[in-house]
Design a protein around this ligand. Structure first.
Ligand code: TAP
Length: 457
């Protein structure tokens, strides 16, 4: 089914396959108009006193918190994610605005000793920022760009994914009601091939913050180079969850399903490769299989649900294609029958080193479990990928935990935990998982230009 007509977007509930709403679809001319408005708004927004920018951002965060339940219900319905997950994500959105509300007054430069004068640096806003976001964590990922970009004094045009534009549109309304001036933050729902491309090539857009697939990220990188546009890319992953025999196996096996089946596996930092020390493989697989069988898959609005459906029928077919002759299914959970793009959580082992499930991003609820013999082999398998986003190391040996974590080519790692994303710490990837960092204090560097000023005295 072609959901996207020439001038409209049909938004579907993936748990029921019912149409939620139809929206007008923006085109390149709308992008041009939005950029012109954002450019005009930048002239004033960049000069709003830092304390006043902070107050407005705090109000946006508070308004998101007040409307958390309705936003979470909308997100849950549009993405098919469990309501409790959606509530957690909306809480994170409110907290992200609160966190970056603390930064306008702390965007300080340096004074550097030089001969014959005084030297100082400034972190200047860039201008109009174009944000292009994916469908898996629509509101959360939007806030990771919107909040630091606005805090630094930029204006923003956000293009959400056509599959899940609803909460971003709500965020625009909330921000206006909270006192953000007109034109400072605009949302344009429309195709990436038209609206996204136009933002990327537009000479008045200073920076693109893109989150999505590595394939589209490469294209954006090339197109953005024509205007030497600044680009942040948060792309795909094939993260490894490394379990040593000396780990607390029960804890590791209890945490593993959430790390790969959370958001139905549609998570850039999904640990879809579980590397297990060979001597403990059988024990670990037994524990993991029991936990997968117990997972509650079903109605996203049910508070007991742990996993919902996939985003579309097309995506479900793509995920299913990973269960090929190169893999053996060793455990399978349940999934509802009937309407909805359901896919049961599945654990496989590869039959060959080149099995697609072991090498490619699946973006669905399939975990590929592989054995290793020693530390060196674990690191070598984990690093044998074009990606480098996230990963975990499970061991009770502290020195080994540090050694392995330092040897992994990935940007966001955890020891004895699978937690990747915190508002206060940097998040992003090595290699083809991206360029730049979201969140934490470092994100502001990607929404500002460093200016140096020398004054002869
Ligand atoms: P994509 O297909 O890359 O789409 C992401 C966004 O880019 C959408 O808004 C899409 O618009 C737009 N787009 C598509 N083609 C474009 C073009 N030529 N120019 C400009 N924009 C264009 O990714 P997805 O399927 O939504 O998300 C899944 C991927 O995102 C996975 O690989 C996942 O790992 C990655 N991801 C990474 C992260 C981080 S933080 N690293 C987080 C979430 C997801 P449409 O509305 O037309 O699709």
């Amino acid at each position: 089914m072609d959901r996207v007509g020439k001038n409209s977007i049909e938004v579907i509930d993936p748990a029921t396959e019912q149409v939620i709403t139809r929206l007008p679809s923006a085109g390149p001319e709308d992008a041009d108009r939005a950029v012109a408005r954002a450019k005009a708004a930048f002239a004033t927004w960049q000069n709003v006193a830092a304390g006043d920018r902070a107050t407005i951002l705090r109000r946006v965060g508070a308004a998101v918190e007040e409307q958390a339940v309705s936003l979470a219900q909308l997100e849950s319905r549009n993405v098919g994610k469990p309501i409790n997950d959606a509530l957690g994500e909306v809480g994170m959105v409110a907290a992200t605005f609160a966190y970056y509300a603390g930064s306008p007054e702390r965007l300080t430069g340096k004074t550097i000793p030089v001969p014959g004068g005084v030297n100082m640096t400034f972190k200047e806003p860039m201008g109009v920022v174009g944000l292009i976001t994916p469908w898996n964590f629509p509101l959360a990922i939007a806030s990771w760009g919107v909040a630091p970009a606005l805090a630094a004094g930029n204006t923003v045009v956000l293009k959400p994914a056509q599959l899940t534009p609803l909460t971003a549109i709500e965020l625009e309304r909330i921000a206006l009601e909270a006192g953000l001036p007109e034109g400072v933050f605009q949302v344009l729902a429309g195709p990436g091939s038209l609206v996204g491309e136009r933002l990327v090539e537009h000479p008045d857009v200073a920076k693109i913050g893109f989150t999505g697939s590595t394939e589209v990220g490469k294209r954006i990188s090339i197109r953005a180079s024509e205007t030497i546009k600044r680009v942040t890319l948060e792309l795909g992953g094939k993260s490894a969850n490394i379990v040593f025999a000396d780990a607390d196996l029960e804890r590791a096996a209890a945490a593993a399903p959430g790390a790969v089946f959370g958001n139905a596996g549609q998570d850039c930092c999904a640990r879809s490769r579980i590397l297990v020390e060979r001597s403990t493989m059988d024990v670990f697989l037994d524990l993991l299989s029991a936990n997968v069988a117990a997972m509650r898959v079903g109605d996203p609005m049910d508070e007991a649900t742990e996993m919902g459906p996939l985003i579309t029928a097309e995506h479900r077919s793509k995920v299913a294609s990973f269960l090929d002759e190169d893999t053996t299914v060793v455990a399978r959970g349940n999934a509802p029958d009937g309407p909805g793009f359901w896919f049961a959580p599945t654990v496989v082992t590869p039959n060959s080193p080149g099995a697609r499930a072991a090498t490619e991003e699946i973006f669905g609820p399939i975990a590929c479990v592989m054995p290793f013999d020693d530390e060196e082999e674990a690191v070598s398998i984990a690093n044998d990928t074009i990606y480098g986003l996230s990963g975990s190391v499970w061991t009770e040996n502290g020195a080994r935990a540090l050694r392995v974590a330092r040897a992994l080519d990935a940007g966001t790692l955890s020891v004895n935990s699978n937690w990747s994303v915190r508002i206060a710490t940097p998040y992003g990837g090595f290699k083809q998982s991206g360029i730049g960092r979201a969140l934490g204090p470092d994100a502001l560097d990607y929404y500002t230009e460093l200016k140096n000023l020398y004054i002869a005295t």
